[in-house]
Design a protein around this ligand. Structure first.
Ligand SMILES: Nc1nc2c(c(=O)[nH]1)N[C@H]1C(S)=C(S)[C@@H](COP(=O)(O)O)O[C@H]1N2
Ligand SMILES: [Mo]
Length: 168
């Protein structure tokens, strides 16, 4: 599966990124977000339906950078997107240089079909964890299933352990 539902089109002046669940919510507008330090990364990505793409080039803001502004003590997160998509990840997998909010692919602004203006990029987990059209993270003290996870996809989704479904 690629997209559950239609492609949302949020204009940049309406776009914000919010991290909830810390001492207080922290929010960036697009312009504020684009003043943050950026990174370029080249990564392999793995879809649960068995395709992989190798050496994909992305530019984005690392989640570590975003979380520097947040006073939090939570181990779990749910990423939420325009259109209502959600996916759950441990905070540990969003930190340590392993996750980005990416706005460029192959040197071009991320196309709407692929999650533009910005998507989560968590290449070490199955690609359904890389929420397109991402608008924020909700930090939680317990794991809470997202969209596909409620429908039977694995809570963690490690491609090396082929964690596709509950119980894998
Ligand atoms: N918001 C949102 N993000 C999503 C999805 C989705 O349905 N909605 N599908 C996921 C799945 S299953 C995959 S394989 C990838 C597809 O990304 P692509 O369209 O850029 O190839 O997006 C992931 N992120
Ligand atoms: Mo997928």
């Amino acid at each position: 599966m690629l997209s559950a539902g239609p492609t949302p089109h949020t204009s940049l002046d309406q776009w914000t990124f919010t991290i909830e669940g810390g001492a207080e919510p922290v929010r960036w507008t697009w312009d504020e977000f684009r003043t943050l330090p950026t990174e370029t990364v080249t990564k392999d990505i793995h879809c649960v339906t068995k395709w992989s793409k190798f050496d994909t080039d992305w530019e984005g803001v690392s989640v570590d950078t975003l979380l520097e502004s947040v006073d939090y003590d939570r181990a779990y997160a749910v990423a939420f997107s325009d259109g209502g998509y959600t996916t759950n990840l441990p905070v540990e997998d969003l930190t340590g240089g392993r996750a980005w909010v990416a706005y460029e692919f192959d040197g071009q602004p991320l196309e709407p079909e692929h999650g533009g203006p910005a998507r989560l990029l968590v290449p070490h987990l199955y690609f359904w964890k890389s929420a397109k059209w991402v608008r924020g993270l909700r930090l939680l003290d317990h794991d809470e299933r997202g969209f596909w996870e409620q429908l039977g996809y694995h809570d963690y989704g490690d491609p090396w352990r082929e964690q596709r479904h509950w119980g894998d």
